[in-house]
Design a protein around this ligand. Sequence first.
Ligand code: DX5
Ligand code: ZN
Length: 211
Amino acid sequence: MVRIAPSLLAADFANLKDEIFRLNEAGADMVHLDVMDGNFVPNLTFGPCVIKALRPYTDLPFDAHLMVQNPDDMLEWFALAGVDMITVHAEVCPHLDKTIDAIHALGLKAGVSLNPSTSENVLEYLLDKLDLILVMTVNPGFGGQEFMENQLPKIAKIRSLIGHRDIILSVDGGINPMTAAKAIAAGADMLVAGTAVFSGEDMAKNIAALR
Ligand code: DX5
Ligand code: ZN
């Protein structure tokens, strides 16, 4: 069954603790934490202090999606904040292999995210050490953008690159019940969704609709 990772970016930022409780009840599989630095992406969100404050209120795994220019300098901050996984962007890690090792050395799972313009080729020599691959189906920075259909072939190519390896293939951006079906058909087994999970009152129904 496909996993659902709600993105806290679409939550009510004035009530984050309650939003975490809602995710617990609604059947989320993981909490996706969009960390933006106003540099790699044109937006600012939250960092390790906020993540640390939320950590006691759920047992769900936390994945920090670092949309920052210098992730290598920050890995330990997020480990100390209590995340379970760190996902970095290939575009800002010149020594991506070493970055993945550094995440693992902190006792965490490691993911790599690719912007829409980045080829899946950068993954080829990393496959034996990755826990998650995150295909961006929007240009990162904002929630509520339109799903980029031209990323579907990339998802399919990565699915075949993964082969029998135990790597989660996740998709992030513009996911709704219609685009979710396309992403799953292309090979995704995890969906990150902000708008589609947090809109309306019935979060459990929203999550079920994505699955
Ligand atoms: C985009 C973020 C996504 C985003 C998804 O920069 O990485 O996680 O919040 O939001 P929706 O589901 O609204 O496209
Ligand atoms: Zn994200």
